[in-house]
Design a protein around this ligand. Sequence first.
Ligand code: PLP
Length: 398
Amino acid sequence: MISKHMAPYMEGNKTVRAMFELGKNLAAEIGAENVYDFSLGNPNVNPPEAVKQAIIDILNTEDPHVVHGYMSNAGFDLTRQAIADNLNQRFGGEGAHYAAKNIVMETGAAYALNVVLRTILDDEDEIITFAPYFLEYANYVRNYNGKTVAVPQSPETGFQPNLDAFEKLITPRTKGVIINNPNNPTGVIYTEETMTKLAAILKKKEEEFGTVIYLISDEPYRELVYTDVKVPFAPKFYDDTIVAYSFSKSLSLPGERIGYLAVGDEADGAEELLAALAVTTRVLGTVNAPSLIQLAVARCLNEKVDVDYYKKNAEDLYRIVTEAGFEAVKPQGAFYLWVKAPDGDDNAFVNAGIDCHIIMAGGSGFAGPGYVRLAFCVDHEMILKSEPAFRELAAKYF
Ligand code: PLP
C-alpha cells in the first residue's frame, strides 16, 4: 500500500480530478462547443515553427550518440552556454553576466523547483510564498519535509505582495522565498518597487539572523506580457537569487519538460550550490534534462509563441467578465484572469458557473479563497461565445 506521506497529495488530487471529470462529463452531455472551460493552464497556441525545424535538423545532421546520449547532469555545455549568452544579451544592462557553469538544465520549472528545494531544505525548514500561489509549491516543499509559510493575499495592494506581513513571517528557519512573476493565478506583474523593497527586507533579515535566504524566482511566464510594464529581472535586486525558468509556456512545450536554473556568481555559496543542484538533478532521478529538446531550445532562444493571441484573449475575457458586472484583476501577464466571487464564496461561484456551463478553478485551490481563476489559453472564439453565459451567471448574483 502507499505510504502515509502520500495521503495529503491524494486528497489535493481529488479536487483537480473532479474538475477535469466534470468538464469532460458536461461536454459529453451537452457538446464540447457548449462548454466554456477555463480550468486548465495548458498553452493552446502552437510552438514556433522554428522548434520543429530545429528538431528535424538536429535529427538529420547531428551524431545520434550525442543527440540521445547521457551527458553531464547539468546538461549540454552548448545549451548552457547559449542560454547564458542569451540572458547576458537580454539582461546585461541589469547586471546579468552568466557563463555556462551558472546554468543547470532541468525537466521543466516543476522539477527545477523540486531540485532547488531538495538542495536547500532540511526537515522543518521554511519556504515563504505569497498567496494566492501555484499550489504545487506546497506539495514540492512537503516533498522535502519543509514547511510552506504563506503571506496572506493582498487585494488592497492590487495583489502585489504584502511586504509588512512578509517581514514578520521571516524566521531563522526561512531558507527560501518563492515568487512567481508574472503571476499564476493573479496575472499580476510584481513591480520594480516591490522587488526593491522585498530585496531590502531579505538583506536585512539575512544580516539579523546570520543566514542565507534564497529568492527563488519562478518565471515560466516571463515572456507572456500584455502591458508596457517590464518584468523585473530578480537577480538585479537581490544577489542570492535562483531563477527557475521553463520553456513550457514561452515556446508552448509543456510536454517536452524543459527548463533551467540560473545562479549568478554573486549568490552566496554559488559554486557549491551549482554543484549541488547538478547532483540533486541526478539523485532525484531524472539524471539530466531530456537531450533532444535541450539541443532544440538552444537554437530557439529568441523565438516566442504568438503572445498577441493571448493578449487578445486577455482583453476580450476581461471585457466580457467585467461588463457582466464582476470584479477582476486586469491581466498584465501569464494567461489567467483572477475574478472576485461576488459573495466571497468561491466554491459556490464555481458551482454557479457550472450551471451556466462555465468551468472555473476555485481560488481556494490557490490559497486565494474568495476568488476564481479563469485560464484564457483557450480558443478565442470560445471566449467570444461565452458572453451570454457570463451574463446568465451575473444574473444569479446582481
Ligand atoms: N510554476 C508555475 C507558476 C506554473 O504555473 C507552472 C505550470 O503551470 C509551473 C511552475 C510548472 O511548469 P513546468 O511545465 O515548467 O514544469
